[in-house]
Write a protein that binds this ligand. Structure first.
Ligand SMILES: Nc1ncnc2c1ncn2[C@@H]1O[C@H](COP(=O)(O)OP(=O)(O)O)[C@@H](O)[C@H]1O
Ligand SMILES: [Mg+2]
Length: 1078
């Protein structure tokens, strides 16, 4: 092997099971579960043996890239996870290498992804087959035939936006090298009824919309068309636009594809002309017209459209008009012409449109075939791809469904046949004993339909050809007679009484039990559709057309070749083509792709289990699996088998030297797998039960884990050891280097330390020597200095008496002493008198004695004052103390003060003891009286004054009437807070009382007295000695007094001399009391 390939298997990383053959247990539920599980993980492909099941993902998956193509190229089928590419590769390789013609049968219902699958197969084959200019052109032509056919044969249906409305079988031809040479396409049963009528929500064939949207104005004019869809009766209006489909762009694609496939320009134009003619046919309308003979006749309403059609197709207008009005029946040289009524005219019109279109389609297929036909005559290998509608069960099933289902029956039959055949062939090839397989063979149903003598199709033909009145009912009656006893035929009217009471089976229907389920067919329309009648007049009119293509489409219209024999019925035609197809397929090696539609919504990620179950059932997948694993569920060539499981046995692990088969034998023996579980074929081992395979897989998985651990262990051990050895070696090297370096470093350190120490010691020694030398030198110098000083002292002592330098100072001191002596002696005689007030003092004799002179004066004064004071008695001392107090309080503050200095303080001026008038007053006072004097009390209201006796005792202040001596008020000293007076030369004063005390009810007192200074001083001293508090004395020319509630301002002003020298007092208002001082 040139390159190392990693052997993989389908069994690796499977989701569910990749091959349903391995399902355990096997039943419908597990099959569907498996599909769902895989679908949910975006695994849309699953195998049943070599059959690929594909579930439509309805979204683009990244599994079709060129890399994927490379992955699957030249790999064994079971090597990778299931994929349509694996099947394509297998088919292509066995075609190329084993010379086996292949066919790829793709089935499934509408929208299941058949067409997509066929395209994928073709693109894969195109990608892997040979290259080169010629080959590429062939490939391109083959691939480009698709868009052309899809434009004309596909339409939007409710199930599929791009549903193929025809069956297609394409043979791709290859040369011996596997290079494509060309191809042949066969088409089956185009759904032509769609041309004239479309079910709700569906469209006509794409080409009509593409033409109207994409053609240039010029082309439209030429074709006499208008762009507006709504102009055309044949185009249903709803859903004319399909999401995500650009009709105009597709038109260009189709034109381009036609060019590549090889259509000449004029051919392409002709084709479009026919399409235009069909569209316009739909717009022809008829109206009834009564004829004289009583027969109804139809007339064309508006001949304009007809005229344009005739211009477009080159038909004589009168010919075509006549063909829409009359019908000629020819029988035995007799021509009978009858008129058509309106309904018949419409029928004729639609029949013509349908025929024109379906014949155009067949012509297109033939034309494409001509282009892609292989050019050589050498023997060719063939790969056929069949994309045909699947089994259909609708609510109303008609002739078309019947035909389609018949085709599917046939396909199922060859599927069973071929699968079994293949299985059997493999058994024979591998020399394994063939075990009979039970399965349902649907040959009996095919027979019911296609039997030449009493098959349903034969009955239908017979009925159509029978003279006399033929209706769908007579056909059903006939069926009832002939098929009644058939197991798979059911009808209410049949003689067989089984269904007489089956209400689910209407009278106008028959039911067939197809392999895929029961289908109820509505008999209405069978005869008509089978006849597929086009009035001869119309085909003749068409043949007469000047348009070459149209003429060629209706050869039967040529009167020269008139053929009275009826053309073959649709049923028999189809039967014949199916038979050809089956024959064709039987010669080939079949490959199956069975498509499944996961939901009805064309939506991604939705998996409708009911819907899938139904498809699984009618596709017969379960049957398929059963057939496939009837004998042996799993088989595998010896080499890959040994390769996969050799680790499970000592002898085969890790290498087996002998042939692979022997290895597998040893392996299976060792594992003690029961012998009935497997058989040895020639090249493959056959395993009967999936369980055995899974057991092997489990063992393998376990063993792989063990092996992985073992490998890990050894690898880790090896890795650690190598690492350790490396580390050790490195460590030694590093240590050696490090030691050398450390030693070097240490030596250098010691060396430099020794040098430092050395230098220190040397320095120290040198300094010590220097110190000693210096000391010695200083000692020598000191001795000299001391000696010098000593000598000096000695000499000075000896010679001092011989110097005069100090004489001046001595003389000065002596002189000064004499002068001071004289000063003091003179002062003794000059001292002034001893009176302290004597201000005389002798003048000083010398300037320098100034301070002494002053000091002497002060001392003398103090001394004589002391002498003076020493003469005082105690009483005199008291009087002077009081005077001193008065001086401290009032000196320089009150103008009245200087006049008081000379007056002695007498205190009790009024001698109340001596005056009998005041006896009562005297008795009331027990304490010592300090002041007793007449004062003027100022009336608070008007400022007038009254005389009162003012008494100050140790503790109280008393006011008494001057005449009676009756006490008017008594104020304890503690209640006196302040004394206020002016700074001027007047005797007014206010006594402020403590707020709230008993005596203060009338307010503060305002007095005037000649002895104000004495009274204030005494009041102050008494308060101080009694209450230890300094009485507040305020001296101000404006102060506030409290009279009852009012605060009154007492203001002192400069009065005039008018009233003499007595101050006057006046209450100005309730805020102001003015005292005018002269
Ligand atoms: N393999 C696929 N991957 C992605 N989308 C798919 C695939 N197969 C089918 N489809 C989608 O489903 C639609 C219908 O598929 P189609 O092949 O036309 O169905 P059928 O031919 O069976 O009627 C396609 O238009 C496409 O959108
Ligand atoms: Mg299709």
């Amino acid at each position: 092997m040139a390159k190392m390939e990693v052997k993989t298997s389908l069994l690796d990383n499977m989701i569910g099971v990749g091959d349903m053959v391995l399902l355990e247990p096997l039943n419908e539920d597990t099959v569907i579960d498996n599909l769902k599980k895989r679908f949910d993980h975006s695994e849309i492909y699953t195998y049943i043996g070599s059959v690929v099941i594909s579930v439509n993902p309805y979204r683009s998956l990244p599994i079709y890239s060129p890399e994927k193509v490379e992955d699957y190229r030249n790999r064994n089928f079971y090597e990778l996870s299931p994929h349509i590419f694996a099947l394509s590769d297998e088919a292509y390789r066995s075609l190329r290498d084993q010379d086996k013609d292949q066919c790829i049968l793709i089935t499934g219902e509408s929208g299941a992804g058949k067409t997509e699958a066929s395209k994928l197969v073709m693109s894969y084959v195109a990608a892997v087959c040979g290259k080169g200019a010629e080959v590429n052109q062939v490939k391109e032509q083959l691939l480009q035939s698709n868009p052309v056919l899809e434009a004309f044969g596909n339409a939007k249906t409710v199930r599929n936006d791009n549903s193929s409305r025809f069956g297609k079988y394409m043979d791709i031809e290859f040369d011996f090298k596997g290079d494509p040479l060309g191809g042949v396409i066969s088409n089956y049963l185009l759904e032509k009824s769609r041309v004239v009528k479309q079910p709700r929500g569906e469209r006509n064939f794409h080409v009509f919309y593409q033409l109207l949207s994409g053609a240039s104005e010029e082309l439209l004019n030429k074709l006499k068309l208008e762009r507006d869809f709504s102009r055309y009766n044949y185009l249903s209006l709803d859903s004319a636009k399909v999401n995500g489909v650009d009709d105009a762009a597709n038109f260009r694609t189709v034109r381009n594809a036609m060019q590549i496939v090889g259509f000449m320009d004029h051919e392409a134009e002709s084709v479009l002309e026919v399409v235009a003619a069909v569209l316009k046919l739909g717009n022809i309308e008829f109206k009834p017209e009564s004829r004289v003979n009583g027969l109804d006749e139809s007339k064309i309403k508006d001949k304009n459209e007809l005229k344009e059609i005739c211009e477009l197709t080159g038909i004589d207008q009168s010919v075509l008009e006549r063909a829409f009005s009359f019908r000629t029946v020819e029988a035995k040289q007799e021509k009978v012409s009858t008129t058509l009524n309106v309904a018949q005219a419409y029928y004729a019109r639609d029949a013509l449109a349908k025929n024109l279109y379906s014949r155009l389609f067949s012509w297109l297929v033939n034309r494409i075939n001509e282009s892609i036909k292989a050019q050589t005559k050498v023997r060719k290998k063939v790969m056929g791809v069949l994309d045909i509608y699947g089994f259909e069960i609708f609510e109303d099933n008609s002739f078309e469904q019947f035909i389609i289902n018949y085709c599917n029956e046939k396909l199922q039959q060859i599927f069973i046949e071929l699968t079994l055949k293949e299985e059997q062939e493999e058994y024979i090839r591998e020399d394994i004993e063939w075990t009979h397989i039970e399965y349902f063979n649907n040959a009996i149903i095919c027979d019911l339909i296609e039997n030449n003598t009493n098959g349903i199709l034969a009955m239908l033909d017979e009925e159509c050809l029978r003279p006399g009145t033929v209706t769908d009912e007579t056909f059903l009656e006939k069926l009832n007679q002939v098929c009644a006893t058939h197991q798979h035929f059911e009808s209410r009217m049949s003689k067989c009484s089984r269904f007489l009471n089956d209400t689910s089976l209407p009278h106008s229907c028959f039911r067939i039990q197809h392999y895929a389920g029961k289908v109820l067919y509505q008999v209405e329309g069978f005869v008509d559709k089978n006849n597929d009648l086009l009035y001869r007049d119309l085909s003749q009119a068409m043949w007469k057309a000047g348009h070459a293509l149209i003429k060629s489409l209706f050869p039967e219209g040529n009167p020269a070749k008139i053929n009275l024999k009826r053309p073959p019925t649709a049923g028999s035609q189809f039967k014949a083509s199916v038979a050809t197809l089956m024959k064709n397929l039987q010669t080939k090696n079949p490959n199956y792709i069975r498509c499944i539609k996961p939901n009805d919504k064309k939506a991604a990620h939705i998996f409708n289990e009911g819907l899938v179950c139904h498809q699984v059932r009618y596709l017969g997948l379960l049957e398929n699996v059963r057939v496939r694993r009837a004998g042996y569920a799993f088989r595998q060539a010896y080499e890959p088998c040994l390769e996969r499981y050799k680790m499970l046995c000592k002898q085969t692990w890790p290498h087996w030297k002998g042939p692979a088969r022997a290895g597998v034998e040893v392996l299976f023996n060792e594992l003690e797998i029961p012998v009935e579980e497997y058989s040895f074929g020639r090249s493959k081992i056959f395993i009967r039960n999936p369980r055995t395979l899974f057991k092997l897989e489990d063992l393998r998985k376990q063993r792989l884990e063990d092996l992985a651990t073992l490998i890990q262990k050894i690898y880790r051990g090896w890795k650690c050891r190598t690492h350790f050895l490396l580390m050790r070696k490195s460590q030694i090297v590093i240590a050696a280097w490090f030691r050398r370096y450390a030693q070097q470093k240490r030596y250098q350190q010691i060396k430099s330390s020794a040098l430092v120490i050395q230098s220190y010691i040397r320095g120290w020694k040198a300094r010590k020597l220097l110190r000693e030398l210096k000391h010695q030198k200083r000692c020598e110098e000191a001795v000299t200095t001391i000696a010098a000083y000593w000598h000096g002292t000695q000499v000075r002592r000896e010679y001092r008496k011989f110097f005069r330098a100090n004489a001046g100072k001595k003389i000065y001191e002596f002189t000064l002493q004499r002068i001071v002596q004289k000063y003091f002696l003179e002062m003794k005689n000059k001292v002034p008198s001893l009176s302290p007030i004597d201000k005389n003092w002798p003048s000083r004799p010398y300037m320098f004695l100034d301070s002494t002179h002053k000091e002497l004066k002060r001392i003398f004064h103090l001394w004589r004052c002391k002498k003076y004071r020493d003469q005082f008695t105690d009483q005199q001392k008291l009087i002077y103390e009081e005077k001193l107090e008065a001086s401290e309080l009032f000196k320089d503050k009150k103008a009245l003060y200087p006049s008081s200095v000379g007056q002695p303080f007498q205190g009790p001026y009024l001698e109340i003891n001596k005056n009998p008038k005041y006896k009562k007053l005297k008795d009331a006072i027990e304490e010592k009286i300090i002041i007793a004097e007449i004062v003027n009390k100022i009336n608070r209201a008007n400022g007038k004054s009254t005389s009162r006796i003012f008494l100050l005792t140790n503790n109280n202040l008393l006011l008494a009437d001057q005449k009676s001596g009756q006490i008017k008020s008594e104020v304890p000293l503690v209640d006196v807070t302040k004394v206020s007076m002016s700074s001027q030369n007047d005797g007014f004063f206010a006594i402020h009382l403590k707020e709230g005390c008993e005596a203060a009810s009338k307010g503060d007192f305002l007095f005037s007295s000649d002895h104000l200074i004495e009274m204030a001083t005494k009041l102050y001293r008494t308060t101080l000695s009694q209450t230890k508090q300094k009485l507040n004395i305020e001296i101000s020319d404006e102060f506030l007094v409290q009279f009852r509630q009012d605060k009154v301002c007492v203001k002192f002003i400069q009065g005039n001399q008018k009233n003499g020298s007595v101050p006057t007092c006046k209450r100005k208002n309730n805020r102001l009391l003015e005292v005018a001082v002269p």
